[in-house]
Design a protein around this ligand. Sequence first.
Ligand code: PEP
Length: 249
Amino acid sequence: MARKKIVAGNWKMNMTPAQAKDLIETLKPLCGANTDKDVVFCVPFIDIPLAVEAVKGTNIKIGAQNLYFEEKGAYTGEIAPAMIKEAGCDYVIIGHSERRAYFGETNEIVNKKVLKAYEHDLVPIICVGETLEQREQGITEELVRLQTKIALKDVDAAKAEKAVIAYEPIWAIGTGKTATNEQAQEVCGWIRNVLAQVYGQETADKIRVQYGGSVNAGNAADLFAMPDIDGGLVGGASLKADFAAIVNA
Ligand code: PEP
């Protein structure tokens, strides 16, 4: 089955509302009409309303970069899934390595957030990936399999087939050091394999697996051409016109 490729920009903690508006106005004419891929801008919370408004009439969807796993209440500084849904998000990044490293997100927390995202009809972009030390120790496959399995615990096949898994080797994020096409394909293949073990091959073949880590206009086409790589999660390059070239790669 042919999977529609998906390219998502992770803006991280960049772009004030005014800057966000400018960036979207720059990117819209360059990639807003692309229909052969799903295109997502994952923007800071404060930028969501204006981003949703700005992409109306284009093929671009808006995502958040996080959510909290409770409905509402005394969780100062957190954001409820219903809030980002009502604001117009279709996607949400969950378990980005920066959240795991700086904000203590465990696999179990990632799973709670994934379940919550589904409750609110948000597509989770679930990030998994190893550090350089883990790669050198030879535990990438076990680690990524475990991260994927725990993230999707209690998620049934009908829901899982909508998920997006982003394989992001931590050593390649923001470093300019991209995994080779073969390294990225190998891990994305392992991810598809564990999905097949859990859900069966038919469902696994529907789930999109992205690669992320220093994707740019020069390497995107070759990465996205690998059999188990269904697009990319893009950090640094999503903040410039380059992102459109990645989308159109
Ligand atoms: C990311 O943070 O998801 C990412 C892939 O960043 P970069 O493209 O800058 O490596």
